[in-house]
Design a protein around this ligand. Structure first.
Ligand SMILES: [Zn+2]
Length: 331
């Protein structure tokens, strides 16, 4: 049988990745990456997707046996209508709600069928097919980066819920009337354990006079402090490794809240395996360790003892691989 390929695109909070993926093995033939721009207009966002997709295809074409793709799958952070292939809202746009027919635009541009999904759903499918979930019938995936996303697979099926919001662990309440979340709610996990949340706490502490080697990340040319938009997971990891007291404290605290949130979900769902991924988990070992330990300890004893807590098997590529698999199955 001839090898089949699809293009997978993962449009996350800070970057957009595209890859040509083998549908048989999940192997990545070529890939391309671009930064996202939160001030993009809808048309700029579509053009950004086109250009990173084209770059991945060009790179694949440069290899000896140029693969022909049969479909395109894209996952985007935010609210999507997977049936219509329409993006309804995303943190990557200046305006809060849109009605962008992303799947139709991709089909028009690249002349193959295209599907649109939530970015966490594609990552869960990638992990299910070729990553840390490949041998588990039921697992929970949680990704920690700019925000916190989650997805639940039960008996081999992705659980989407009545309105497609199932798995939104970032918005479970860990502190009644607590910190304001990006969604407008209060006390949500994302406001305690995402990189965005940690950035805010570190900046607040710097303003109060605490010392940290990350101060320079926040410094603006005019000598004032910025919002720390450039703070990356790797910087947190290096600061922890260097013994930076403030950053270590902030990471531990964020990880503890993550563990509390995970424990609550473990009690409700009782999954066989918990897969943790995303930029912060990938980069910062302390985050994984403290979150896993807290989750196991705080969950009900039988569920907590039984659960396997592991890292995502495909790292940064869970999303592009899953998106390609969903597209290949639909084409
Ligand atoms: Zn929220």
């Amino acid at each position: 049988m001839a090898e089949r390929y699809a293009l997978g695109i993962d449009f996350g909070g800070t970057k957009v990745l595209a890859a040509v993926v083998s549908l048989r093995t999940g192997e990545i033939v070529s890939s391309a990456k671009k930064k996202t721009r939160p001030d993009d207009g809808p048309e700029e966002l579509v053009q950004r997707i086109f250009s990173v997709a084209q770059a991945a295809l060009d790179d694949a074409g440069a290899s000896q046996r140029a693969p022909v793709i049969s479909a395109i799958g894209i996952g985007m952070a935010g609210q999507v209508d997977p049936v219509a292939g329409v993006l309804l809202g995303t943190p990557n746009l200046a305006q809060s709600s849109v009605e962008l027919p992303i799947a139709a635009r991709l089909t028009e541009r690249f002349a193959v069928p295209a599907v649109l999904r939530n970015d966490v759903h594609i990552a869960a499918v990638g992990e299910q097919r070729f990553g840390a979930g490949h041998d588990a019938a039921s697992f929970l995936c949680v990704f920690v980066g700019t925000g916190i996303g989650g997805a639940l697979v039960q008996d081999g099926q992705l659980v989407t819920g009545f309105t497609g919001t199932a798995g939104e662990i970032g918005h479970i309440i860990v502190d009644a009337d607590g910190r304001l979340c990006g969604c407008g709610g209060r006390g949500h996990l994302e406001a305690y354990s995402s990189r965005t949340a940690m950035t805010k706490v570190i900046l607040g502490e710097i303003k109060r006079g605490r010392a940290t080697r990350l101060t320079e990340v926040f410094a603006l040319d005019d000598g004032t402090l910025g919002r720390g938009a450039a703070l990356r997971s790797g910087m947190l990891s290096r600061a922890v490794a260097d013994g930076d007291e403030l950053v270590t404290e902030v990471v531990r605290d964020a990880a503890r809240y993550l563990g509390f949130g995970l424990a609550s979900v473990i009690n409700v769902v009782n999954p066989q395996r918990l897969i943790l991924g995303g930029g912060v988990i990938e980069a910062v070992d302390l985050m994984f360790e403290v979150a896993a330990e807290t989750a196991r300890r705080e969950a009900l004893p039988v569920a907590g003892r039984g659960i396997e807590i592991v890292r995502a098997g495909l790292g940064d590529n869970s999303g592009v691989v899953g998106a390609a698999m969903i597209a290949g199955a639909a084409a």
